[in-house]
Design a protein around this ligand. Structure first.
Ligand code: CA
Length: 238
């Protein structure tokens, strides 16, 4: 086996949870770098490349999980982020997703569930690894999207953003089914691989994020349209 080990950043201040996670992640063959504080996490991110980050939301010190997530999104938009939250409040999950997390788990979670999510996120991330040879550009409104790397550029404003793995996956799915109504169940299954009835807030939040990237008026979307009671429809009139 010459393959590089998959390196995961784990940011978790509760020792017993951290130890259990490290043990089990290492059993799965992952390499784990453990940080207890946000400050430690940021310096770990500077010196290493990671395949995935698991971030506890509440941390001692001044930098919490959300702040780390923001930092990751600025510097490494495509690194998959799984957020752990002790709070079973809808608002906290939504905040995490709005800051760019790809998925979240509410404590207490089952270890099996976490390992499944991690494996799923790594698998998806491997599918969407950008190919060096070709780039596929797609025009949406004023923006040009590289469907391999997720880079979004707008010609008039000199802004450049990069979609996260899952945002890109969802966009590609919409493009592949342009003009058709996609049910929430279908989108959840295709993008996250999860059972439809639970995680609809996650989905709604990703739609909000896509609208922010591409819609001139996100509250009056032209491209990513809600079809009440049925799901979402993507159209690109250009
Ligand atoms: Ca904590």
């Amino acid at each position: 086996m010459s393959e590089q080990p998959v390196r995961i950043l784990l940011v978790e201040d509760e020792q017993h949870i951290a130890q259990g996670l490290i043990f089990n992640l290492e059993q799965e063959g992952y390499q784990v770098v453990h940080a207890v504080t946000g400050e430690d996490a940021l310096s770990a991110l500077e010196g290493n490349t990671f395949s995935l980050a698991i971030l506890d939301r509440m941390l001692p010190g001044t930098i919490d999980g959300l702040e780390i997530c923001r930092h990751i999104r600025r510097n490494n938009p495509r690194l998959p982020v799984l957020m752990l939250t002790a709070m079973n409040r809808e608002q906290d999950r939504v905040t995490g997703l709005a800051e760019g997390a790809d998925d979240y788990l509410t404590k207490p979670f089952s270890l099996d569930e976490l390992l499944l999510r991690v494996a799923g996120m790594l698998r998806r991330s491997a599918w969407y690894r950008p190919s060096q040879e070709q780039s596929q550009h797609y025009r949406l409104g004023n923006a040009l999207v590289d469907l391999d790397t997720g880079q979004v550029t707008s010609p008039d404003a000199a802004t450049e953003q990069t979609l996260t793995e899952l945002e890109l996956k969802m966009l590609r799915l919409f493009i592949a089914h342009e003009g058709k109504i996609l049910s929430r169940a279908f989108l959840l299954k295709s993008v996250w691989g999860v059972t439809p009835d639970t995680e609809t807030r996650t989905l709604d939040n990703f739609i909000v994020r896509l609208r922010k990237y591409f819609e001139e008026h996100p509250s009056k979307p032209r491209f990513f349209v809600t079809v009440r009671g049925r799901g979402y429809r993507f159209t690109n009139p250009a």
